[in-house]
Structure formats: structure tokens, C-alpha cells
Design a protein. Structure first.
Lengths: 409, 196
């Protein structure tokens, strides 16, 4: 059996490990653009803020490829999947045949599409290489600008603050993390950031960048100008799937996969940020480009590639972050449109800065937002994932004393 | 291999397991001196109150595969195959709470610990008392439990005993299974209170 895995990230490496567990002798090739050892992508922001050195990013030992007996082709992306001949084509023309293929190519940072982005010192933050380049610019930077109030924008701004800089953050939405949280939690986060010296401007975006060689300023949507000498853009990600033959493999936002992580082309699987799976809470196809999903999906894909029939019922969006003294956890459908289909419960303890929100569809929990007191969050996540009918009083789930015992019988 | 088994129907909620656990994971391993240590030792087993205020010693199940291990961004959670124990490496832990989000039992806490670098908040959870076991002792929570809610035994033995109990309970003329007397009393009292 010839296995080919495209992608050197957590989905790809989790799949390789799963395949090897079940098939010790099959030939495995791993193709990847990034040449570094598999590393923790979410931790690159900790390199930016100075709390973690680059050497601590790898999540596997240098001997991993030998241990798993994998042939590696690192340093290039693939340009084509030849579905008829069952081969992948690496940029430059080299062809690699496969019996089972995993597409775990992940996603790229969404480029900012305004005039002037070819100027120097305008970055996205997606890879360890990006962060290395950003850090090199820091000694000369005075006015950093962060675009986007999402997770990446957030971590970039936090990192720059920790480095002693005073970044300005521009958010198109009325509050940060609008994709993850509701207005109450969003405002709590905003207050926390402002309290720590971040300048945040909401409801505004960039129209163009100006400068001769380096970026020197940004023209904003309200026609005002803002001087800046470093830009980090966090405007989301786009799945890397330009090489996918869409007449053979169904693609929506990402590559469609079934419960075995298999695409519409038999023997070809997809996992991680490039895959579009079914979302348990939303009851529809959805992209959940997050680390734990990528790890799980890679593992399930690997087991199925090696011939074990394992199904994965669906993915779920979730995130947890600590912002100075504020802990935030969100999961599932945290911010549903006002709709009679959903019941929303809130609890807000201002004294302890506690906030909890639960979203129900019928008697099933489908989403939650927790600010502080997040230790029991995993319990709620399990209730959402397993679609467990909630038989106890819903108010119990909101209370700080909620624990496993209460849902045991 | 022996494992800790929880028998929730026997727990009286006395929380002595918590004190024993915190002491076992202190630097001095004596309860009086442990109280004066910095950082203050904390328990890895958590007695939570149920709907009728009945207790339950909630501790890490050392799942396999462990959701916390899959979710860990830093690769800080590993399995010790010798005792089939899931362990957190405090040097690698980045305190991101990804494991708390993944743990379906809610047994991971975040605080300073004597096993972690000074002034560093890390994820802390049950380690099956690996240090005590290496010294030939049984886990501290089991040693101190007076009501039989925590036992340390071969899981096959525990399963067999439970199967037998269930089998007996459905036999014709079976007596009602006896719970710990204290627990039966407490539960009866609590339920009576609630119905008033």
C-alpha cells in the first residue's frame, strides 16, 4: 500500500502516526511546504510575545520521520492531483503515485486586498517564518498597526504590547472576536485590552497603505490617515486547495469530507483546516479551522486510510484564550441569530467578572460562552459533542458549582 | 495493573481525599507543614456536590486516547505506559487551558505547583500518585478513604465484583443492595428536605 500525505502540520503528522500504528510496512511519503519539524502553530504568537523561544515550538522529536519510516519531500507545495493516474504532482514536476492520499494542506492567511500591500513591513502571521521576520523588524518599529479583531489580530496585539510597543488595533466589527463571542463577552475583552494600554478602534478598516519603500502610513475608511511602520494583518484564513481537481473532488468552502474523512474521490481523504466537515452544533457543513479538530481529524483519516473503519460524527468550533486576567472559552453555536429555535440563558456576576451563556436547541446544549471560571468547560463541550439531552435544571449548568456529579444520573 | 476505582454510591462527601491528595503532592508531605508551603499545595481530586448534595470524588480517568493529550498545543501531555497514567510536563505546559476545554470530566486545574518552575501557572491533574507508587505506597486518596468510595485494585476484579452485585440484585428474592449507611441516611435526609 502506498500512502501519500500532503501537509506537514498537526493533521498530517497525526494521520501518519495513525497509519503507522495500523500498518507497519506500507510505504508512506509526506509532502510539505514548511521544512521545519511539525510545530505548534498556535504557539507562534508566544514567540512574538517573547515567552517561548523558537526552539520550543516543535511538537515531535527530530527523529519522527525515521521512527515512522516516512519518506519526506519538504520545501514545496503540490500543484496537481492527477485523479486518473492516481498521482500527485509536486511543484517542479515530480510525480508521486498513491493508493491512499491525504490532503492536509491547511490554510493560508487571507491576504489584505488594498493598494500598497507590496510595501515592506506588512505581514500576516501564520507560520513560524512570518514571526521570525516580524521579530527582525521590531527594533526599528515605533507605531505598529494590527488589522482585525480576530484571534490572530488579538495575539499579535498582545505580543507587541508585551514587547513594550503601543500597537493600534483596527476592527471592522463593533467589538473584538465577533466570530467567537457575543456582545457582552466581546465588550469585557475590549475593556480588558484598553485597560492594558492597547488603542482599539472599532468599526473602521484600511483603504490603502502609503510609503516609499517601507510602509509609512495607512489611509482609513473614514478618510483619516494613521502613521505606522509595521502592519500585522489577521483577516482570517483561506484553505489551500488550488490544486484540487474540482470536477473529481467536491469542494465548497473547503474540501467536502464524509464521516470517514474521505472526499468524494475514493481513496482520497482530507483533514484539518482544508477540510469541510459537518458541524454538530450548527447541523450543517462548516469549516472549523482549529488545532484540536485538525489533530482529531488527522487521526481518524489515518485510521481509515489504513483500512480501519472509524467514523467521526462531526466537528465543532471552539476556542479558549487567556487575555491578561480574563479567561475566555467559547464553543459550538455561541452566538445564534435571534430565533425561536434557540433558548439562550445568561448569568452575569459582575463582582467576580464572571459571565456564562448557554445556547439550547430543544433540550440539547449547542453552544456556550464562558468568561472566567472555565475549568468545567470541557464538560459542556462533551454535552454539546454528544448531543446529550439535558434532563437536569438548565440553571444548574450556569452555576459556578456545576460539576460532573450533577450530570451522572 | 491496579487502578483507582471510584464508587460514587459510597461517597459521603467528607473531602478527606482532597486533603490527603494535597498533602501527598506537597514538598514536605506532612499536612501541618504543607499548609505553610508556598505555593500552597492543592488537591488533584475534586469532590463536587451533586443535585442532592451527595459527594463525588472527581478525578482524572487517564482516558485512552486522552482528549487532553490530543488537544494539547504544546505537546506537554504524555502517557506513562508503565502505570497507564496521563501526565502533564510542567516545563512544557503553556497554561493555555486547551486541555480544560477537552476534558469531558472537568478535572484539570490551573495554578502554581511545587513541581513546576517558580511563579509559573500550569495545568495540574491527578498523576496516580506515581511518586508514592514508586515508593511502594498506594495512592493517597484511596489510603485515606473511609467509606470505600475509592479503591485501588485490578480493574478486572472491580468489574467482576460489580457484575456479581448487579446479578445478585436482579435475582428473585434479592435483598436491596446495601449502600454505605451514612450515605443512605444523608441521601434520604436530603431528598426529604427537597420534597418539603
Amino acid at each position: 500500500m502506498k500512502y501519500v500525505i500532503v501537509g506537514n502540520g498537526i493533521a498530517g503528522i497525526s494521520a501518519a502516526e495513525a497509519v503507522r500504528q495500523l500498518d507497519p510496512s506500507g510505504h508512506m511519503t509526506l509532502i510539505g511546504d514548511e521544512t521545519a519539524l511539525p510545530y505548534s502553530r498556535p504557539m507562534i504568537s508566544m514567540v512574538l510575545d517573547g515567552s517561548t523561544p523558537l526552539e520550543k515550538l516543535p511538537i515531535r522529536s527530530p527523529g519522527i520521520y525515521d521512527d515512522l519510516n516516512i519518506e519526506t519531500r519538504l520545501g514545496n507545495r503540490i500543484s496537481e492531483i492527477d485523479a486518473g493516474r492516481r498521482e500527485v504532482v509536486i511543484e517542479g514536476g515530480k510525480r508521486v503515485p498513491f493508493d491512499r492520499l491525504l490532503i492536509a494542506t491547511g490554510a493560508d492567511a487571507r491576504p489584505v486586498e488594498v493598494p500598497g500591500t507590496d510595501l515592506k513591513n506588512i505581514y500576516t502571521m501564520r507560520t513560524e517564518a512570518h514571526v521570525r521576520h516580524i521579530i527582525q523588524t521590531l527594533p526599528t518599529v515605533r507605531n505598529p498597526l494590527v488589522l482585525g479583531g480576530g484571534l490572530v489580530g488579538f495575539k499579535a496585539a498582545y505580543g507587541l504590547l508585551k514587547r513594550g510597543l503601543k500597537p493600534t488595533m483596527l476592527i471592522t466589527s463593533p467589538y473584538p472576536l465577533s466570530m467567537q463571542v457575543d456582545e457582552v463577552a466581546g465588550k469585557m475583552i475590549l475593556d480588558e485590552l484598553v485597560r492594558h494600554g492597547l488603542t482599539v478602534r472599532v468599526g473602521i478598516s484600511v483603504k490603502a497603505f502609503e510609503g516609499s519603500k517601507m510602509v509609512e502610513g495607512a489611509l482609513l475608511s473614514d478618510d483619516s490617515a494613521l502613521p505606522c511602520d509595521l502592519v500585522i494583518a489577521g483577516k482570517g484564513v483561506v484553505p489551500s486547495l488550488s490544486f484540487v481537481p474540482q470536477d473529481r473532488i467536491s469542494v465548497g468552502q473547503g474540501i467536502f469530507v464524509d464521516e470517514h474523512m474521505e472526499t468524494s474521490l475514493k481513496g482520497v481523504f482530507a483533514a484539518g483546516d482544508v477540510a469541510e466537515h459537518f458541524d454538530i452544533a450548527r447541523k450543517t457543513r462548516w469549516m472549523n479551522a482549529i488545532w484540536p479538530e485538525a489533530a482529531m481529524q488527522g487521526r481518524v483519516a489515518g485510521m481509515n486510510m489504513a483500512g480501519r473503519n472509524v467514523s467521526y460524527t462531526g466537528s465543532l468550533s471552539r476556542n479558549v484564550m487567556r487575555i491578561f486576567d480574563l479567561d475566555l472559552m467559547t464553543m459550538g453555536l455561541a452566538n445564534p441569530k435571534a430565533d425561536s429555535e434557540y433558548d439562550v440563558l445568561n448569568a452575569h456576576g459582575f463582582r467576580n467578572n464572571l459571565y456564562r451563556k448557554l445556547v439550547f436547541r430543544g433540550n440539547v446544549l449547542v453552544g456556550a460562552v464562558l468568561v472566567n471560571g472555565i475549568e468545567q468547560g470541557g464538560l459542556l463541550l462533551a454535552l454539546i459533542q454528544n448531543e446529550t439531552p439535558i434532563s437536569i435544571s438548565r440553571k444548574k449548568l450556569l452555576e459556578p458549582g456545576f460539576n460532573f456529579r450533577q450530570i451522572m444520573n | 495493573m491496579k487502578e483507582v476505582t471510584v464508587h460514587p454510591e459510597r461517597c459521603v462527601g467528607c473531602m478527606q481525599c482532597m486533603i490527603a491528595c494535597a498533602t501527598a503532592h506537597s514538598q514536605t508531605r506532612q499536612v501541618l507543614t504543607a499548609l505553610m508551603e508556598t505555593p500552597l499545595p492543592k488537591s488533584r481530586v475534586h469532590v463536587g456536590a451533586g443535585l442532592y448534595n451527595e459527594g463525588f470524588p472527581n478525578r482524572c480517568r487517564h482516558c485512552n486516547p486522552a482528549p487532553c493529550m490530543v488537544a494539547c498545543l504544546a505537546g506537554a501531555i504524555l502517557r506513562d505506559p508503565e502505570r497507564d497514567t496521563v501526565l502533564v510536563n510542567p516545563d512544557k505546559c503553556i497554561n493555555c487551558a486547551g486541555c480544560a476545554m477537552a476534558c469531558p470530566y472537568g478535572v484539570i486545574r490551573f495554578h502554581e505547583d511545587s513541581t513546576a518552575p517558580p511563579d509559573k501557572t500550569v495545568a495540574v491533574k491527578c498523576d496516580n500518585c506515581d511518586q508514592r507508587q514508586a515508593e511502594g505506597l498506594i495512592p493517597a486518596c484511596v489510603e485515606v478513604c473511609k467509606s470505600g468510595a475509592l479503591t485501588f485494585e485490578e480493574s478486572t476484579d472491580a468489574l467482576k465484583r460489580k457484575t456479581d452485585e448487579v446479578a445478585r440484585s436482579v435475582s428473585r428474592g434479592a435483598e436491596e443492595m446495601s449502600l454505605s449507611p451514612a450515605f443512605s441516611l444523608l441521601t434520604a435526609a436530603k431528598r426529604a428536605q427537597l420534597s418539603l
